[in-house]
Design a protein around this ligand. Structure first.
Ligand code: 1GP
Length: 246
């Protein structure tokens, strides 16, 4: 099965599952809320995990038919269980392992399922506070307000053949990626744009979609407040209705 994500057709809401916080009870709760709200897909992964991601994905797939995408924080999370795999290249950074090194190591495992692999230009944006991904990747984020650098990086990613660009504020970021940066990148990109990190209210989700994000990723916010996913999906639905009407 080819990994088809319908992000060119409508706006999508993805819920990030942190394997370390995915015990049986919290997973069942997340699935219940996500199904009711109409979450488009789950992402599974994290910067540092002690629980095998493959097992969490397998359990998710037993519990729900919502597609699950592997969002690998590092090579130990590589698994063939997911419906699709984001092959992330950290194009905002200059750490060769995260630009190509890990991908070479992963290639023999992934080569027989390349139809599942979605190359994603992953861009870390400074959203305050210093995040796990910043430390773990040993890379500098693109400074807030440097929209021109973000645009040039995203366009370079597109020209290198990435199938999507992910503007990442970092899990639990103090504030989300600024809507002006999302807008500036969206205007110059022809591939789908994902935004995540610090989106912990429906208002912030609204701003990110309005600025042009095609997919929003929410993790921490749903762990703190499972109702958030309901509000966020309502915002997404409003945008999708608007685009049908126009
Ligand atoms: C992290 O963008 C995701 O990779 C989600 O971030 O946990 O802050 O929602 P949050």
């Amino acid at each position: 099965m080819k990994a088809e994500i319908p992000w060119k057709k409508r706006k999508l809401l993805a819920q990030l599952i942190d394997p370390d916080r995915a015990g049986e009870e919290s997973l069942a709760l997340a699935v219940r809320y996500a199904e009711k709200a109409g979450v488009d897909l789950f992402l599974a992964g994290g910067s540092l995990t002690s629980v095998p991601v493959g097992g969490v994905i397998r359990r998710l797939k037993q519990l729900t038919s919502i597609p699950v995408v592997l969002f690998p924080g590092n090579l130990t999370q590589l698994t063939t269980e997911a419906d699709a795999i984001f092959l992330l290249s950290l194009i905002s950074g200059r750490n060769p392992e995260l630009l190509i090194g890990n991908h070479v190591i992963a290639a023999p495992v992934l080569k027989d399922m390349r139809e599942k692999v979605i190359p994603v230009g992953y861009m870390l944006i400074d959203c305050g506070g210093g995040t796990s991904v910043e430390y773990m990747s040993q890379t500098l984020p693109i400074p807030a307000g440097k929209n021109d650098i973000a645009v040039a990086t995203a366009v370079a990613g597109e020209m290198l053949g990435m199938k999507a660009i992910y503007l990442e504020g970092g899990s639990g970021a103090m504030r989300p990626v600024d809507p002006s940066m999302i807008r500036a990148v969206r205007e110059q990109l022809t591939i789908p744009l994902i935004a995540g990190g610090g989106l912990d209210t429906p208002e912030k989700v609204d701003e990110a979609f309005a600025a042009g994000a095609d997919m929003i990723v929410i993790g921490n916010g749903c762990e703190q407040n499972p109702e958030l996913i309901t509000g966020a999906c309502l915002v997404r639905d409003r945008f999708n209705r608007l685009s049908v009407t126009i």
